[in-house]
Design a protein around this ligand. Sequence first.
Ligand SMILES: Cc1cc2nc3c(=O)[nH]c(=O)nc-3n(C[C@H](O)[C@H](O)[C@H](O)COP(=O)(O)O)c2cc1C
Length: 397
Amino acid sequence: MSLQPTAHRPAGSADDPAWFRYVLGQYPTGVCVITAQPEDGPPIGMVVGSFSSVSMHPPLVGFYPSVTSETWPHLQRAGNWCVNILAAHQSDVCRRIATAPLRQRFEGIAWRPAPSGAPIIEGAVAWIDCVPVAVHDAGDHKIALAQVQHLDTASTELPLLFFRSGYGSFSPLTLTAYDPEMRLTRPLRHFELIRSIAQELPDRGLRCLVTAPVNDSVVVIGQLDPPSAAAAAQPTTLVGQRLPFRPHGPSIFEAWAPDTEQEAWVARFAPDSQEAEIRALARIRQRGFSIGLGSEGHRRFAAALERLAAEPGTVPNEELDALVASLDYEPAELSDDVLAQARVISAPVFDSAGGPVLALTVFGFKAKPQVVRDAIAAVTGCADEATRTLGLAPRRD
Ligand SMILES: Cc1cc2nc3c(=O)[nH]c(=O)nc-3n(C[C@H](O)[C@H](O)[C@H](O)COP(=O)(O)O)c2cc1C
């Protein structure tokens, strides 16, 4: 099929249905199934391409059912609808629901009930559970409006598209990450602003990762390696890698959090380790840095990070979670013996709103206490200067 519209076709009239359909067919749509669970029988559904979001306050969606549709009166009688956005591989589901008799449309189709009881079709990209609120006349169609009650995404598949009477899928020219609160944009900008300051760390021979809290994870925003590591035959990077932010892992982003947030964090620990975590958070605040020791768990964690740096996705999230849970942080004493075991030191960078918004983490101390002491001085010094750059004086308890 050519994807170019026929160039030399004579322009038709708006009254010519074929011409109308041809021209309007140049506009692609997604494909939804509006489902309902009638009181007296199996679920029903209707395929529509005319679905769209309508209003945010209140949350309204809508679609245009044909006045000749036999399904529409049944949908109207049902008190709830669930809009199912079909995935690209679901054209067979679409065909079945568009063509089977009303009461047989869900035969062979796996579904589960939305909160309203209307079907969520297994494999749909997203579902929107809603209550009909208004129907307006619009020529040979109606405008049906519904208020959204619950909604969720259900898979990461691409949606099914309908274009010039055929089905297809989306091929991105650009794809923006879903980042409504600029949770990635802000840390990336912060890192850019403090990059030259943090550069002092690799210049001193330390390997450095810059991380930021993003949703429920910690994400590597930047990596600064000493020239020897950066010049490795096969350059690797952890930038973009999500690290678990979970109990028993590093707490640097919680140590300065408001009391209520810290309480919620501590409550996620097993009851018998909550006291220890409260002490660990106090140590981080008082010292101004977090210190992780080189246990066996840490060696395995470091090996997993090496694998991830070489090839993203090679360590499953669950394995990473378990490895983080086995790490050993914030010892009570910082004697030479303990410092010799230090594997990572992290220091917080605050923004003008009180952060911490970034952490500078250094590693590669070769089990030498004096190297660790120098690294602590260097990383906390850099973090304080970075904090001043982002607009706030260094902060200690
Ligand atoms: C991709 C696609 C999009 C459709 N979009 C609409 C639509 O927006 N409105 C509508 O009334 N029918 C639409 N239909 C047709 C209905 O799904 C259904 O086939 C039609 O209403 C006739 O069936 P019925 O009389 O059992 O309701 C669409 C069909 C397909 C395959």
